[in-house]
Write a protein that binds this ligand. Structure first.
Ligand SMILES: Nc1ncnc2c1ncn2[C@@H]1O[C@H](COP(=O)(O)OP(=O)(O)OP(=O)(O)O)[C@@H](O)[C@H]1O
Length: 285
C-alpha cells in the first residue's frame, strides 16, 4: 500500500481519476512520444477515446497522422509513454485509403471482407464455415454491397471497393475503428455513404473511431473531438475549441484564419506552411 501526505493527495487523486478514465477508454495514450531519430513527430500526447466517440485526426503532410494509426495497430512502437487499445490488436478494424485495385484482380468482394475475420476460432467444420458465411453476408448487407459481393473486386468502382473495405473492417466487430483517409478520391456521394456507414456503426455498437483526414468538412457533423497535429505541436478538443483562428495560428505559428461558410470550416493561410517549408521539429507538445 502506498502512503501519501495531504500535500500530494490532490495530485495523486487526479492521477487515479485519470487512470480510471483511461481504463474505461477504448484507446488510451499517456505521455506518448514518437520520434524517428532526432525528429519528434509528437510528444506528451495524452488522449482517451471513449467507446462510441468519433475523433478526427487532422494536420498537414508529414505531421504524424498515419504514424499514430501505426502505433495503435501495434506496427510502430512508441518512443516513450504508453498506449492501450481495448480488446488488444484483435479487436481493431482498419479502413485504409481508397486506392485503385488492379482490374485483373479476380478476388471476390466477399473474400476481401472475409479477410477481416480472424482465421482462428472458426474451425474448418461445417458450423464454423456457416457462421463465417453469415458474418460476411451480414457485413456485406450492412454496407449495401450484397449485390456485388460475388463479383471480382478489380471490376468494381472505387466507391464499391471502399464499401467492401469498410465491411472488412467491421466484420470482426471491432471495439476500435481506425480510418486512414478513407474518403480520399471518392466522389461526394460516396464520401457521404462511407462516413455514414462508419457513423452508424459507432452509434449502434459503441465502436470508437479515429479518423485521419485532410478535409474535416465531409465528417464535421459527426466529429466529437479533433486531434490537430502540426510539426510536433498538437491540440485536442471539440471542433469549435480547436478549429478557430487563435488556436490554429498558435499551432502553425503563422497567421491563420478560420472562416465558417454555410456550416463548413475553411482554414486560410496555413497551406503554405506545409507546402513551402521543410518539415521540421518543434520542441514542445
Ligand atoms: N519508419 C519511419 N522511419 C523514419 N521516418 C518515418 C517513418 N515513418 C514515417 N516517417 C516520417 O515521419 C513523418 C510523418 O509521417 P506520417 O506518414 O505519419 O505523416 P502523415 O501526417 O500521415 O502525412 P500525410 O498527410 O502526408 O499522409 C514523415 O515525414 C515520414 O517521412
Amino acid at each position: 500500500m502506498t502512503v501519501r501526505g495531504e500535500a500530494d493527495r490532490g495530485e495523486a487523486d487526479r492521477g487515479e481519476a485519470d487512470l480510471a478514465a483511461g481504463a474505461r477508454a477504448a484507446v488510451a495514450l499517456r505521455g506518448a512520444r514518437l520520434a524517428y531519430g532526432d525528429r519528434v513527430l509528437w510528444d506528451g500526447l495524452d488522449l482517451d477515446v471513449a467507446p462510441g466517440e468519433f475523433v478526427a485526426v487532422l494536420g498537414p503532410n508529414g505531421s504524424g497522422k498515419t504514424s499514430l494509426i501505426r502505433v495503435l495497430l501495434g506496427l510502430q512502437p512508441l518512443s516513450a509513454g504508453t498506449v492501450r487499445v481495448a480488446g488488444g490488436n484483435r479487436r481493431i478494424g482498419y479502413v485504409p485509403q481508397q486506392r485503385a485495385v488492379d482490374t485483373t484482380l479476380t478476388l471476390r468482394g466477399r473474400d476481401l471482407v472475409g479477410f477481416g475475420l480472424d482465421g482462428h476460432g472458426w474451425g474448418l467444420g461445417l458450423r464454423g464455415r456457416r457462421e463465417r458465411r453469415e458474418k460476411v453476408d451480414a457485413a456485406l448487407a450492412a454496407v449495401g454491397a450484397t449485390r456485388y459481393g460475388d463479383d471480382p473486386v478489380g471490376l468494381l468502382s472505387g466507391g464499391e471497393q471502399q464499401r467492401l473495405r469498410v465491411a472488412q473492417a467491421l466484420v470482426g466487430d471491432p471495439e476500435v475503428l481506425l480510418c486512414d483517409e478513407p474518403l480520399l478520391s471518392l466522389d461526394l456521394a460516396n464520401q457521404r455513404v462511407v462516413s455514414d456507414l462508419i457513423d452508424a456503426r459507432r452509434r449502434a455498437a459503441g465502436t470508437a473511431v479515429l479518423f485521419v483526414t485532410h478535409e474535416i468538412n465531409p465528417v464535421l457533423p459527426l466529429v466529437d473531438r479533433v486531434l490537430y497535429l502540426v510539426e510536433g505541436r498538437f491540440r485536442v478538443g471539440t471542433p469549435d475549441e480547436v478549429m478557430n483562428s487563435r488556436v490554429l495560428t498558435e499551432l502553425y505559428r503563422t497567421n491563420v484564419e478560420v472562416v465558417r461558410v454555410r456550416g463548413q470550416v475553411h482554414v486560410v493561410g496555413a497551406q503554405h506552411v506545409c507546402e513551402d517549408e521543410p518539415h521540421h521539429v518543434a520542441d514542445e507538445g
